[in-house]
Ligand binder design. Structure first.
Ligand SMILES: O=C(CO)COP(=O)(O)O
Length: 229
């Protein structure tokens, strides 16, 4: 059964809609993440495609996140995804507002508030320090600052745009110090993770550096190297 508690630092692997991490392959990747999480005592979470969420959450004991949810309650909302449904599927929480699945601020507000009532963890994705500050005011558990132009490039935000990370961390501290800050976009190595932690984040959100790696175990091991106790 998927884990129900998040400890930091956090490595959150977003499977996106990558064929490499879809269906049974998604479960294989989640199992590799689980193995290394248990072996090294590092929190590694996964965000599979929605169609694989329950299938994976039932078979791994690490945190599983939905990549998105809608701001609707259960009812006649064809094609929407409710917080209740992802909770029933075994998710510990959900991302929302990823740059590849943007929603309005009022919708994010509804999702964060309702998730709190349902004891679901929220990760609100943002693209600039100013938006990060605004989203921190809504009170999610985490914000994840990810400059869209770096996503998928292998150019790590923690090295290419450290000022974006530090100003996000500083603004969140001022506006809502309970909100934890992740950063993402181009993160692929342990050095990128170490840089992100040095900049004041409590972890990273990443995708292609792991999902598209030839050797998932080797890629994740490199990422968690700086966190090993
Ligand atoms: O969008 C991202 C994580 O949600 C970042 O993607 P990459 O790790 O592929 O740059």
């Amino acid at each position: 059964m998927a884990a129900t508690k998040i400890e930091y630092p956090l490595i959150l692997i977003n499977f996106k809609a990558y064929a490499e991490a879809s269906g049974k392959k998604g479960l294989q990747l989640a199992k590799v993440a689980e193995k290394l999480s248990k072996e090294y005592g590092v929190t590694i979470a996964v965000a599979p495609q929605l169609t694989d969420l329950m299938f994976i959450a039932q078979q791994v004991d690490i945190p599983v996140f939905s990549q998105h949810v809608d701001d609707v309650s259960p009812g006649s909302h064809t094609g929407h995804v409710t917080l209740e449904a992802v909770k029933d599927a075994g998710a510990i929480g959900t991302m929302v507002n990823h740059s590849e699945r943007r929603v309005r601020a009022d919708q994010i507000d509804v999702v964060v508030k309702r998730a709190r009532q349902l004891n679901l963890v929220t990760v609100v994705c943002t693209n600039t320090p100013e938006v990060t500050a605004a989203m921190a005011a809504l009170g999610p558990d985490m914000v994840a600052i990810e400059p869209p132009e770096l996503i998928g490039t292998g150019i790590p935000v923690s090295k290419a745009k450290p000022e974006v990370v530090t100003s996000s961390v500083d603004l969140v501290k001022k506006i809502n110090p309970n909100v934890k800050v992740l950063c993402g976009a181009g993160i692929t190595t342990g050095d990128d993770v170490a840089a992100a932690l040095r900049l004041g984040t409590v972890g990273v959100l990443l995708a292609s550096g792991v999902v598209k790696a030839k050797d998932w175990e080797k890629a994740i091991l490199d990422l968690i190297r700086p966190i090993l106790k």
